[in-house]
Design a protein around this ligand. Sequence first.
Ligand code: GDP
Length: 424
Amino acid sequence: MVKAVVGACWGDEGKGKITDMLAADADIVVRFQGGANAGHTIVNDYGKFALHLLPSGSFNQNVTNMIGNGVALDIPQLIKEIEEIVAKGVPRPKIVVSERAQVLMPYHRLFDTYEEERLSDRQFGSTKSGIAPFFSDKFSKIGFQVWELFEEDRLREKIKNVLEVKNLMLEHIYHKPLIDADELYETCRQYGEMIKPYVIDSVQYMHKALKEGKTVLLEGQLGSLKDPDFGIYPMTTSSSTLAGYGSIGACIPPYEIKEIITVVKAYSSAVGAGAFVSEIFGDEADELRRRGGDGGEYGATTGRPRRMGWFDCVASRYGCRVQGTTAVAFTVLDVLGYLDEIPVCVGYEVDGEVIRDFPTTGKLEKAKPVYKVLPGWKADIRGIKSYEELPENCRNYIEFIEKELEVPIKIVSNGPARNDIIMR
Ligand code: GDP
């Protein structure tokens, strides 16, 4: 049985918390895409943690956490995160890494930084974690799968070949120091030693696990609107953020993915550049940012202040649809308790016409939000355990959005902790 926990919008919806919670009943939690470029914030009995690469099942001793083949594997970062949580008293997590995962090289970060520098005011707002250069190399077939770290002669030869073109770019496009092949070989050898204890044949592993009836949780990073195909291209990420990609990035038969839990936040936030129709600014945005999430809406990886906005039905309905959502987890609802009235974006006005279907980027950039204003509930809803106990206006807000999303909201999250949860 496979369940996926994925995001509906730009990311930061609270997937980490939902995954951490659902991990209690899972055998395996898998990261199947992305890299260390975004983070999940998790609050549990051990404390507060920002994970970037480690799957959110890492706090559950009964869970094996897998880095699937679809992930950009930043080896020093993974080891650092494991040691960090262990140092804070978490029992050493069970981690396995696919031998087919590709390795994020130090030069991927460099190229990410240099390219943003070159683009100057046209930059993508990259987190400079090397993700775009990494995936470019993967599909240009000059990436390194984990197993290649252990084949010395072959590795040396490949490094030489790859550096030929990398160094030409460094010299002539970016005017930066060149990379030394021996040094890179030594780095790769060290990477190999660091990762060796975790490496497995993930295809066999997953096949066997599913045959034995194990419960697998796919953990998505970012959200639908950052998907390279269905998101706000080109202001997207570089690997698919959709649950369907779990069948590739973790080698799971597509028909095994039975539940797709899409995490939807009660208001909007985004990081990086790109169209954001229901964005708000000034004091209104500052207040929501300050009160948002758990201690403010600031990037878990970068610390950057997130862009803020009202709930967007057009984007969220589309985001749920492209995920193939079977149930919604509606999060961070407690944060809205301070508002007298809550605007919700129900349509986009594009060239004088109001649309309800999320358009391609050109139209999106011209879209103006059409708002419906709902009454607030003016109450602190943290600590409430049953749906019926929520204030009436709060239930109306949830039910209005549920109707707009066209998929059932089955989980409501009313606080950052594991047990701040209302099941419907
Ligand atoms: P992710 O990348 O989707 O896991 O999201 P992030 O971890 O970046 O952002 C979610 C933030 O909201 C974290 O700081 C969580 O601790 C916090 N959070 C999650 N659910 C809730 C909730 O229901 N209420 C509040 N107040 N905070 C929440």
